[in-house]
Ligand binder design. Structure first.
Ligand SMILES: Nc1nc2c(ncn2[C@@H]2O[C@@H]3COP(=O)(O)O[C@H]4[C@@H](O)[C@H](n5cnc6c(=O)[nH]c(N)nc65)O[C@@H]4COP(=O)(O)O[C@H]3[C@H]2O)c(=O)[nH]1
Length: 799
């Protein structure tokens, strides 16, 4: 419902309620007035009756006075008539006044008619003679022929006999007309009833007709104690009121007033209708006034609010509703909206600022201020589009700092960051404005040379970059010399999409790294083969996982003191249906890059646990199996759950599982690694640091690692007795381990000389081809049975 409709409805209800109340009041008033009108009718009847009574009483007094006039009792008829004529002149309400002899003959009369008249037959005369008192009786005057009220007064002589009778005839017709003229309703009837039920006088008002005397009316007039009566139906209904003539009790007459109910009510109804019309007019005026007020005071203001909200809805917060604000809630709402608009405008500005900053962050690498991967992708797309259109060449240069990790680990991350910032600065100085330098993360940078004439033009720029980076740089208090491996892919020669060119440049960069770093390599079709091979390996690995083509080989680890096989290292193999048994070196890196190492690692864990448990069950003894954890596996938050599940599934005791973690994956995220290692040792498995000596952990850090064993990397063992440095390293590792209460396993033991060296330094365990190559579980079992049966330490050649 619209606001206008609501307001109108409200106003209507508000203005109708008083109308209704006043209507009810009027109705009540009308009812009271009708009752009052009936009462007034009765009062009027009583008043007329009293007046008539007064007239009769006055006549009695007049006659009483006349009785004392001697001329009226004398025989002089003429004098008597003249006297009465004079009296009549004074009292025109009588049709005549006369004297009657006791025999009934008229003696004299006020009319001086000279007629002879005998009233001996008249009842009033006989009654007057008999009663010797005043008699009042209606009759038709014999002299006047009019309806009269005969008032007879017997005048007594000294002896008490009737001397003569004085008769005054009260003119009822004239009296009736006089009364009728004063009646308030034209159709009102004025009747005088005799005690015998005859109507002495019936005077209809002007415009009214004589009425039928109904039995009900007769009953009411003669016998009822009621004073009013409603008679007839509908339009014919009349209200009757009666009043007895009480002044002369022997008269027995009564007076009736009747009026049509419609006439009686007409006045009241007229008043009622006029008042009602007045009230309705007033309420209409109130309604119109209130509606107009609502329109101006509410709707105009709400329109202002609606317009403001609509503007805000369309994103326009600049225009406020503004002053003048109306008083009260509407004004408060307007001010609140204006405040809200102002606050939203401020928020918008803030959001815009933040968005700009976020967009910048989304494009820019926070550490170096260079473009990030997202921005690089946009710029590279633009460069390729332009080069394609303008038939130009674009170069994508992928750079990776050689041994950056070593610098980072040894000098700390802060120095690593400073180094990267310096590199970024130098790279930016080597390129033109149209070119792009981006950092992908870590120490990986990409340079896009956007607009080159020919492929050869890329070479000097790349060389300039290598030279710029090779110049000694100061990081904190240190002066460092770093080298860079650089791979180049060229548009359109090598590829025409950003992704392909980045991948090719990356491949070329790895080739440069493989060649020892500090080199620039252009992508070549032959490298494409490497990429294809990797893709093939990835697809093959997925299939291998699904079809169960993975195998575990076990390499014995020999106890230096007893010569017995004390444990095994599980080493994965891929039994490819076409290519035969594939060594991990050919697929582990691909598995790590693609994340496949996680499901593969889980499989290895389950398989190794199952094997250790099987050997235990078969009576071979407690042969713990060491499993290699890749860096990705080690950093997975669910590693401990995977380990628990593998142990649980095979019912293998935790003590039969050893986990090998490379020193470098521990050092990559030291805090998290410590936490993970604590969780793993809590399960009960033993931890070993693999390839120890290559990860640059410090002594203080090593103390924190909850590990039981250090595995000396086979590159150091290989050069025992060849390179004095390696001798020293191996010597130091064993001494260090012993001091920290850790055991040592020497990896890649191939010669007895190496054994002698290690034995002299009390290395705990040996692992190498000299004792046994990794082999199947069955072969491993045989080796254990053979070897552990003997008591002396006797290295065996492994074929
Ligand atoms: N030259 C020489 N080599 C010896 C000698 N004794 C043992 N080896 C080789 O040294 C590697 C020892 O494993 P690693 O250092 O952990 O190095 C392993 C490990 O890093 C990785 N790898 C193997 N299996 C798994 C696995 O299940 N998971 C993970 N993440 N990595 C694995 O692949 C690497 C290579 O494994 P393999 O080819 O089996 O190579 C094995 C083993 O055959 C020796 O006397 N001379």
């Amino acid at each position: 419902m619209s606001l206008r409709a609501r307001i109108l409805l409200l106003v209507l209800v508000a203005s109708m309620l008083p109308v209704l109340a006043m209507f009810l009041l009027l109705l009540e008033n009308r009812t009271a007035t009708v009752v009052q009108a009936r009462t007034q009718l009765l009062v009027r009847a009583e008043t007329i009756a009293v007046e008539l009574d007064d007239k009769i009483a006055g006549t009695a007094q007049l006659l009483f006075g006349l009785a004392r006039v001697p001329v009226l009792g004398g025989n002089d008829k003429l004098a008597c008539s003249a006297f009465l004529a004079d009296v009549l002149k004074e009292h025109p309400q009588y049709t005549g006044i006369l004297t009657l002899r006791p025999d009934g003959n008229m003696h004299c009369d006020s009319l001086r008619s000279g007629r002879s008249l005998n009233v001996n037959d008249r009842q009033y005369f006989q009654r007057a003679l008999a009663s010797r008192s005043l008699i009042v009786e209606p009759a038709i005057g014999r002299l006047s022929g009019k309806s009269v009220l005969q008032i007879a007064y017997p005048v007594l002589n000294a002896e008490g006999g009737v001397n003569y009778v004085l008769l005054a005839s009260l003119d009822m017709d004239s009296y009736g007309r006089t009364v009728a003229q004063a009646l308030p309703y034209p159709r009102m009837h004025f009747q005088v009833w005799n005690r015998d039920g005859s109507i002495i006088m019936d005077t209809p008002g002007i415009g009214s007709q004589r009425l039928e005397v109904e039995p009900e009316l007769r009953q009411f007039m003669l016998h009822s104690a009621q004073q009013t009566l409603t008679l007839g139906s509908d339009e014919q209904t009349r209200i009757w009121a009666k009043a007895p003539l009480l002044g002369s009790p022997n008269i027995g007459m009564s007076l009736a007033l009747s009026v049509p109910e419609a006439d009686l009510n007409a006045q009241v109804d007229g008043q009622f209708k006029r008042t009602l019309a007045g009230i309705v007019t007033l309420s209409v005026l109130i309604f119109v006034g209130a509606a107009a007020l609502g329109e101006f005071a509410v709707r105009r203001q709400t329109n202002r609010i609606m317009q403001a909200i609509s503007r805000m809805d369309n994103g326009d917060y600049s225009q406020s509703i503004g002053e003048p604000y109306p008083r009260g809630e509407l004004g408060q709402v307007m001010q609140a909206i204006d405040r809200m608009a102002e606050s939203l405008t401020q928020q918008r500005h803030e959001i815009a600022r933040n968005t700009e900053s976020l967009e910048r962050q989304a494009r820019i690498d926070a550490l170096t201020g260079l473009a990030n991967r997202h921005m690089l992708s946009l710029r590279l797309d633009q460069a390729l589009a332009y080069a394609g259109h303008a038939q130009r060449v674009a170069g994508v240069l992928m750079l990776d700092l050689d041994r950056f990790k070593t610098v980072n680990d040894s000098l700390g991350h802060n120095h690593g960051d400073l180094l990267l910032q310096e590199v970024a600065k130098r790279l930016s100085q080597c390129i033109r404005e149209d070119d792009t330098v981006a950092r992908l993360g870590g120490d990986e940078f990409v340079v896009v040379l956007a607009d080159m004439a020919k492929l050869e033009d890329i070479v000097p720029v790349a060389q300039k970059i290598l030279r710029a980076l090779a110049a000694p740089l100061k990081v904190g208090s240190q002066v460092l010399s770093i080298t860079t491996s650089l791979g180049v892919a060229v548009f359109p020669r090598d590829g025409d999409t950003a992704d392909a060119l980045l991948q090719y440049a990356d491949t070329a960069m790895y080739r440069a790294k493989e060649q020892g770093g500090n080199a620039m390599t252009f992508f070549s079709p032959e490298m494409m083969q490497t990429i294809l091979d990797r893709l093939q390996i990835e697809a093959g690995l997925r299939r291998a996982l699904e079809h169960g083509e993975l195998r575990l080989h076990y390499q014995p680890i020999i106890d230096a003191k007893t010569g017995h096989v004390s444990s095994a290292e599980a080493l994965i193999r891929w039994q490819d249906p076409q290519r035969g048994l594939i060594a991990p070196i050919h697929f582990i890196s691909v598995a790590e890059e693609t994340g496949l190492i996680v499901p593969i690692g889980d499989w290895v864990l389950r398989e190794a646990c199952a094997q250790a448990r099987a050997w235990q069950s078969s009576g071979l003894g407690e042969i713990p199996v060491a499993v290699n954890l890749s860096a990705l596996q080690f950093s997975a938050p669910s590693l401990d759950e995977s380990v628990v599940q593998a142990l649980r599934a095979s019912q293998c005791p935790a003590s039969l599982l050893q986990l090998e973690i490379t020193e470098s994956s521990i050092m990559a995220q030291l805090d998290q690694a410590l936490e993970t290692m604590r969780k793993l040792t809590a399960i009960g498995v033993q931890l070993m640091i693999d390839d120890f000596g290559t990860g640059y952990s410090s002594l203080s850090q090593l103390k924190l690692f909850p590990v039981s064993t250090l595995k000396i990397d086979r590159t150091f063992v290989r050069d025992i007795n060849i390179d004095a440095n390696d001798d020293a390293i191996v010597d130091t590792i064993i001494t260090l381990a012993r001091k920290l209460g850790l055991r040592t396993v020497a990896e890649g033991v191939e010669t007895l000389e190496q054994v002698a060296f290690l034995e002299a330094r009390c290395c705990d365990k040996y692992q190498g081809f000299l004792f046994a190559r990794p082999c199947s579980a069955e072969d491993f079992e045989k080796i254990v049975r053979e070897r552990n049966a003997t008591t002396a330490c006797a290295p065996i050649a492994s074929g």
